[in-house]
Design a protein around this ligand. Structure first.
Ligand code: FMN
Length: 187
């Protein structure tokens, strides 16, 4: 890319939200690519996500403090200020639990409260990752359908060997494909 094109490129503020899936490690690649391209990243993780990825990794990759609980804002990073700051929200990986909670409008955690406060003013994208049974469950299907209808962009899932050993649908979509879609907002 030429220097003049680089100068024209928009530097975006991305809020990357991680939930409790083995696929959390894959999001590190996204954070790394975003930061390398000059974008700003703030990570939000659920308590369950921290069973799969360490706060130190997310903070080191993003260069920003990680936010987990709704009430532990170190730098005024709460659901309202995140909405003012962000150009794009991406829940990646998104568990069945979080997807179903978002569809129900629950605001008991930072992801849910941020989603409601956003109210589709900024793009809110969701990349599901789960076992096939959870993905095809009618409750999850209904939640995904409702969130799409309301205006969320929901990535497809991949197929293949899942972390639980089963083969089927539900893997996090390949990071390259998520990255490709993100270029719509980042350029
Ligand atoms: C080893 C292991 C892997 C898991 N992987 C997933 C997953 O990929 N997707 C999913 O929806 N839930 C998965 N779960 C279950 C979630 O972590 C659990 O439902 C949790 O409450 C999700 O909370 P959160 O949505 O607040 O992050 C896994 C649980 C374990 C123990």
């Amino acid at each position: 890319m030429s220097k003049s094109n680089e100068a024209k490129k928009k530097q975006a503020n991305v809020v990357l939200m991680l939930t409790g899936s083995i696929a959390c490690y894959k999001s590190c690649e996204l954070i790394s690519r975003l930061v390398k391209e000059g974008h700003s990243v703030r990570c939000v993780a659920t308590e369950a996500a921290l069973q799969f990825i360490g706060a130190a990794t997310l903070e080191a990759l993003s260069g920003n403090p990680l936010q987990v609980g709704m009430f532990d804002a170190k730098m005024n990073i709460d659901h309202v200020s995140l909405n003012k700051w962000a150009d794009l929200f991406l829940v990646c990986p998104a568990t069945a639990n979080t997807i179903n909670k978002l569809a129900a409008g629950l605001a008991e955690d930072l992801i849910g409260a941020t989603f409601l406060a956003n109210n589709f003013k900024k793009p809110f994208w969701i990349a599901p990752a789960m076992n096939e049974g959870m993905y095809l469950h009618p409750v999850t299907s209904r939640s995904i359908g409702l969130l799409r209808e309301l205006g969320c962009f929901i990535f497809e899932v991949g197929e293949g060997r899942l972390a639980c050993g089963d083969v089927g649908k539900g893997k996090l979509l390949e990071i390259d494909l998520i990255w490709e879609k993100m270029q719509e907002v980042l350029r």
